[in-house]
Design a protein around this ligand. Structure first.
Ligand SMILES: Nc1ncnc2c1ncn2[C@@H]1O[C@H](COP(=O)(O)OP(=O)(O)OP(=O)(O)O)[C@@H](O)[C@H]1O
Length: 255
């Protein structure tokens, strides 16, 4: 079966010599299409490094990354095009452009890719995230949670093979966070969108089909059908987990 994301032997080292930091060692992961995966682990365990590598923003030292059945290009220019067309990104640093409306922000990845922008696409996507009436609003006129929902709509606009989200609810109050998580859950269920979300929050992780745990740059465990209680318990025992011997291969819930 072709996976939405297939990563093997992913290793990443920062720096060189005695001060080198091995941020990822031999990480492997396979994700089924339409699956929603939470990536968790202690601070410094390699979560951001993993996301940056698989999203083509950083180049790993070793390993292969296949997205939607196609290898992530190693050439910088080709990787940029691949990322624009095949990968959705909702990262902290990638804020909305303040002088563009919500609708224009959503359309931006398609415009940058030089593609035709279907007339009602931005409105439809904003409706999908509950903001159908804010097409013409500037980011400054929206709440933090609403801005995050626009960022998700923008991440979905190219119908990417995988949507990567880094702490998408980190800065939100619990009501807005639930709203955003419900939208991610709905994108997986209704649109068949494959999602990988980094989070520190067991409640957020429980919205996913499965949780993959990282510790010291290695896969340290996997949990299907997570509950907040089970995730929290696992997090407190992460250092005692035996590293997973097989490559975690996730399936969609109930699949
Ligand atoms: N640009 C960099 N240069 C040197 N070391 C780095 C760099 N980025 C990350 N690291 C190191 O790599 C390791 C993994 O970092 P990473 O940011 O991926 O962890 P994380 O799990 O995302 O942490 P957090 O939850 O705190 O965001 C850490 O030891 C970190 O100090």
């Amino acid at each position: 079966m072709e996976h939405a994301l297939d990563v093997s032997g992913l290793s990443m080292t920062y720096g060189s010599g005695p001060g080198a930091v091995e941020a990822l060692s031999e990480v492997g992961l396979r994700l089924a299409r339409g699956s929603f995966t939470a990536l968790m682990g202690p601070s410094g365990s390699g979560k951001s490094t993993f996301l940056n590598c698989v999203a083509g923003l950083e180049r790993p030292r070793a390993g292969t990354i296949t997205i939607g059945g196609r290898p992530l290009p190693t050439d910088e220019a080709e990787a940029t095009v691949f990322r624009r067309e095949r990968i959705g990104i909702v990262f902290q640093g990638l804020n909305l452009l303040p002088y563009l409306t919500a609708g224009q922000n959503v359309e931006l990845p398609l415009r940058l890719a030089g593609g035709r922008v279907p007339r009602d696409l931005a409105r439809d996507l904003l409706e999908e995230v509950g903001l159908g009436d804010r097409l013409h609003s500037l980011p400054s006129e929206l709440s933090g949670g609403q801005r995050q929902r626009v960022a998700i709509a923008r991440g979905l606009v190219t119908r990417p093979d995988v949507l990567f989200a880094d702490e998408p609810t980190g800065a939100l109050d619990s009501r807005s966070a639930r709203n955003v998580l419900g939208i991610l859950r709905g994108s997986a269920d209704r649109l068949g969108q494959t999602i990988v979300m980094v989070t520190h929050d067991p409640v957020a992780a429980a919205y996913a089909d499965q949780v993959v745990f990282l510790a010291d740059g290695r896969i340290a465990g996997q949990m299907s059908n997570p509950t907040p209680e089970a995730v929290a318990a696992q997090m407190t025992h992460l250092d005692q987990l035996v590293p997973a011997s097989a490559v975690p291969t996730t399936t969609k819930a109930g699949a």
